[in-house]
Write a protein that binds this ligand. Structure first.
Ligand SMILES: [Mg+2]
Length: 375
């Protein structure tokens, strides 16, 4: 999800508020373009949408409780460790001028209706329940966008991810489902250029999502809206990347061309996997574990593989192997509490949820303490 979101952001950034005829000529998905006027925005580099999304994803991965202070600290941290252009100029100047979350909260005027709270919210959509999704989306929105439009657009963008990730219905019904959860009508299709309000980019993203069949076609459609299209594309691609109905057909040139520095492509891939594992629901029924799980599909090119098997009679084993050796370690196991299983002498946290393999295929992932296995 994070990689596709960043591709939407980086591709769309070259077209943000660019005249329509330039968009028509350049929107070919044949590579990353350069924005005609934003100096310093390199082709293939993502912007504020992705950077602030990383903040929320990292809080979930690290199991940090979302409070205004924790959120503000993280927004400050991700900006200062990797300063970049692409933020609105006043917010860029604001972030440069604050060094702690406390200072951020003391000085921010959170009265904006703009899209900032919606563009970064997608990780919250992966949480297991609608109530948790809405609560987290609204909480993070209020730090910077404590307005009806700011909060509603963040909730809607997060719920679109939730609907796709948990396969709650056909993609054609995503906007009506989001409307039913929130009591806000999101079904009216968006037409025309997208302005800076959160309601606009979310409505445009939901409109494009409703008929999406392919990530490439979706990306082009988002950018063809014109206006604040990096945000539309980031919101739409995050949700669509979690939908089984949408072909993951983004051209290789967009993956290869995505920035790959410290917080670039490789970092996004890794964080994505850890995020999906972190938000997976805890194991509540021993039968969920029955059978064999292997880490071989989750990591590319590793020289060894480990699998774990849970038999219904309460026995099981780990099997570790490389080209030269194999080692079988039997154990007894039981579910001691929701999300906690005893394996041999050790009690480990256990979660099962949707994840992706190293090659981007859907799979079910078991997270057992620090270890992850798929099947
Ligand atoms: Mg942006």
């Amino acid at each position: 999800m994070l990689v596709e979101l960043a591709i939407g952001d980086a591709y769309g950034a070259a077209f943000e508020y660019v005249p329509a005829d330039v968009v028509v000529r350049g929107n070919t998905v044949a590579g990353y373009g350069r924005h005609p006027t934003h100096a310093g925005l390199e082709p293939g580099h993502y912007t504020d949408d992705t950077q602030m999304t990383l903040a929320l994803a990292e809080l979930l991965v690290d199991g940090v409780e979302w409070t205004p202070l924790a959120l503000a600290d993280k927004f400050v941290e991700v900006f200062h460790r990797d300063p970049r252009v692409g933020y609105t100029s006043w917010f860029h100047a604001f972030l440069r001028s604050v060094t702690t979350g406390r200072e951020f909260l003391d000085r921010i005027s959170p009265g904006s209706e703009k899209s900032g709270a919606a563009m970064r919210v997608s990780p919250a959509g992966l949480l297991p329940t609608v109530a948790e999704v809405r609560e987290h989306a609204a909480l993070q929105a209020r730090v910077t966008h404590d307005t009806a439009g700011g909060v509603a657009s963040a909730e809607a963008a997060a719920l679109a991810v939730h609907y796709c990730h948990y396969g709650l219905g056909p993609l054609a019904s995503v906007a009506s489902w989001v409307s039913a959860q929130t009591g806000v009508d999101w079904t009216r299709p968006w037409t025309g250029a997208v302005g800076s309000k959160g309601e606009m980019s979310v409505r445009a993203a939901l409109t494009a999502l409703t008929s999406a069949r392919s990530l490439t076609a979706l990306l082009r459609e988002c950018v063809a809206c014109t206006g604040d299209v990096d945000t539309v594309a980031a919101i739409a691609l995050a949700a669509a990347s979690r939908s089984a109905e949408v072909a993951r057909d983004l051209p290789g040139v967009l993956y290869r061309g995505l920035e790959n520095g410290t917080y670039g492509r490789g970092y996004l891939y890794d964080l994505d996997r850890r995020l999906l594992a972190a938000v997976a629901p805890p194991v509540t029924d021993p039968a969920q574990l029955h059978g064999s799980w292997s880490d071989s599909a989750l990591y590319l090119g590793q020289m060894e593989a480990e699998s774990v098997t849970f038999d219904p009679d309460g026995t099981g084993h780990f099997l570790w192997k490389n080209v030269a050796a194999r080692e079988r370690t039997p154990f007894a196991w039981s579910l001691v509490a929701p999300g906690r299983i005893r394996v041999g002498d050790e009690v480990r946290p256990a979660r099962i949820g949707r994840g992706t393999t190293a090659t981007g295929e859907d799979t079910t992932v078991l997270t057992l303490g620090e270890d992850r296995y798929g099947r």
